[in-house]
Write a protein that binds this ligand. Structure first.
Ligand code: ATP
Ligand code: MG
Length: 559
């Protein structure tokens, strides 16, 4: 059983008090105006896991009350992403489906003298609202008789007035210490087509009015949301208390902040429009799409949100933790392959020109069910350029004149010579191999210190590798509102072409085989790499997903 948290403590309390007939119903309510990001993954986790814990269910609700920004594309993507992360919602609902009920309830409030049509302009309303230290002023329209309000509100709905000329406001308390309670706007006039409702409406409800009614209509018992809604809770409660409807309980939790990332849909839209990122699925962007393309697994994302847990105070989670969770999963499940990113030719002098051999290499030593693949070997190979030095220092256990190393899965080779070009750059390394070391070991107990990865020059495939750095060059980009473009890291993407990869890497669609993740690989000694969407068997393209080294342990030690 997972450790409890303040949300579950509240729910336990409610259950003990016999509320909601023992039921727990939650919802995840994204506005379908963008793609989901890792911050949403936390909210999704909180909503779904809470419902599951109490044997209840969670709805996926499109909070589509704003006609200008919402689109079917986002509705589809949100469902796909939530499902990809492994969550199953009970009902798919749309806030706009209860617009009629909201309207009806607004009429009820007017009849009770609890709402009025205001002719003040948006700017006047702001002025009249007062400040944190100063009470607000009543609107001159506040005491309109109910009959007049009913008539005006109906005419607002019928489209008789231009945008911005009137609003419907709740009549609460212009002197309230909580500014949200100073006669909040419930409806605005907006002559706009809604992607789902068409031209049926020219008034649209505001968040605070709509949200509680959406929750109530769905029988939500606990409405879990992020901390910025804490000050809105009195209003949430007030609206529901005035109406003969089911009353859910709102509970707030801390928003997720991850160092070096910005969890804001708005911002990524701007970057996209300016061509600074390739799309919602750019592998540098912490959208679910971007993470997925980068090579993240649903398991890694879930482990991450589980690890950070549910808390009531904001804190910044280190990006290294996200990588740690990913690495844990990939280490267990990613298929191993050899790739040479910066190739240097090796010629095995004593290996016959026309000969080739196929060695067996395990797909994943951590997983005995994952099987082997065949790796071709011949006279000409590539190794990593940094694995050879003309004049190596003592502790260099790679290749150098006179040195012997193991070529992983193949043979011991000894460097006998090398060739350089006019600039003094090494162009070829000449070696001999020891036929008795077939498979990468000998009977005579002779030890070699270094093992290098390699590919056969005759069989390998050319590939492109895309390396990524952080999108931002500062740790807390959210503290730089208004200057996001200036703090972008100019080196967040670097493309390396001419990499050489073993032939088994030119196939590699996504999916799961024998507990391994297809499409995400460990390149031996280098890191984890995922097949990019731009990849084809003829021209493989890989994203660097994450390195092999754990930087998280280091971060923790510093703390
Ligand atoms: P953005 O600022 O990116 O537009 P949002 O909060 O407006 O985000 P919504 O689509 O309204 O996005 O979010 C749906 C739900 O996800 C809300 O309940 C919201 O509280 C939650 N959520 C969004 N971002 C985070 C985050 N960084 N951490 C935790 N929860 C989040
Ligand atoms: Mg929002």
């Amino acid at each position: 059983m997972e450790k409890s948290n303040f949300i579950w403590d509240f729910i336990d309390e409610d259950l003990k008090a016999g509320k909601n007939g023992g039921k727990v119903v939650t919802r995840f309510p994204p506005e379908p105006n963008a793609y989901l990001h890792i911050g949403h993954a936390k909210a999704i986790y909180v909503d779904f896991v809470t419902a599951e814990r109490y044997g209840g269910y969670c709805n996926l609700r499109m909070d589509d009350t704003n006609p200008l920004k919402e689109e079917q594309e986002f509705i589809d993507a949100i469902q796909e992403d939530v499902a990809w992360m492994g969550y199953r919602w009970k009902h798919l609902t749309y806030a706009s489906d209860v617009f009629d009920d909201m309207y009806r309830h607004a009429v009820e409030l007017i009849q009770k003298g609890l709402a009025y049509v205001d002719d003040l302009s948006a700017e006047e309303i702001r002025e009249y609202r007062g400040t944190l230290t100063q009470a607000g002023k009543n609107s001159p329209y506040r005491d309109r008789p109910a009959a007049e309000n009913l008539d005006l509100f109906e005419r607002m709905k019928n489209g008789e007035f231009p945008d911005g000329t009137k609003v419907l406001r709740a009549k609460i308390d212009m002197a309230s210490g909580n500014i949200n309670m100073r006669d909040p706007v419930m409806y605005r006039i907006q002559h706009a087509s809604h992607y789902r409702q068409g031209d049926k409406w020219c008034i649209y409800p505001m968040y605070d009015w709509a949200h509680g009614l959406e929750d109530s209509a769905e029988g939500v018992t606990h409405s879990l949301c992020s901390l910025e809604f804490e000050d809105h809770r009195p209003l949430y409660d007030w609206f529901l208390a005035q109406l003969p409807v089911h009353r859910p309980r709102q509970i707030e939790f801390a928003r997720l902040y991850v160092s070096y990332t910005l969890l804001s849909k708005r911002f990524y839209r701007v970057l996209m429009e300016k061509g600074l990122i390739s799309g919602w699925d750019d592998p540098r962007v912490p959208t679910i799409r971007g993470l997925r393309r980068r090579g993240f697994t649903p398991e890694a994302i879930r482990r991450f949100v589980e690890t950070i847990g549910i808390s009531k105070t904001h804190s910044v989670v280190d990006y290294a933790l996200l990588e740690f969770c990913l690495r844990e999963d990939l280490n267990a499940r990613a298929t191993r392959r050899m790739a040479v990113l910066d190739p240097l030719k090796v010629i095995i002098e004593n290996y016959p020109e026309d000969k080739e051999e196929w060695f067996e290499g395990e797909n994943n030593p951590e997983n005995p069910d994952s099987g082997n693949r065949k790796i071709p070997f011949c006279r000409e190979l590539y190794i990593e350029r940094e694995d050879f030095m003309i004049d190596p220092p003592k502790k260099f256990f790679r290749l150098g004149p006179g040195k012997e190393i193991r070529l992983k899965h193949a043979y011991y080779v000894t460097c006998t010579d090398y060739r350089t070009n006019d600039q003094g750059e090494v162009t070829e390394v000449i070696c001999t191999y020891d036929p008795a070391s077939r498979g990468g070991w000998t009977d005579d107990g002779r030890k070699v210190k270094g093992t290098s990865h390699w590919v056969s020059a005759r069989h390998c495939v050319d590939a492109e590798v895309r390396n990524y750095g952080q999108l931002f060059s500062v740790e807390k980009p959210w503290e730089h509102e208004g200057e996001f473009e200036e703090i972008l890291n100019p080196d967040s993407l670097s493309v390396v072409t001419g990499c050489k990869v073993e032939p088994a890497l030119s196939e590699g669609a996504r999916g799961e085989v024998n507990g391994t993740i297809e499409g995400v690989f460990q390149f031996l000694r280098l890191g984890y790499y995922s097949v990019d969407l731009d990849s084809s068997p003829e021209k493989p393209v890989f994203n660097r997903t994450v390195g092999l080294k754990d930087t998280w342990a280091k971060v923790q030690k510093q703390d």
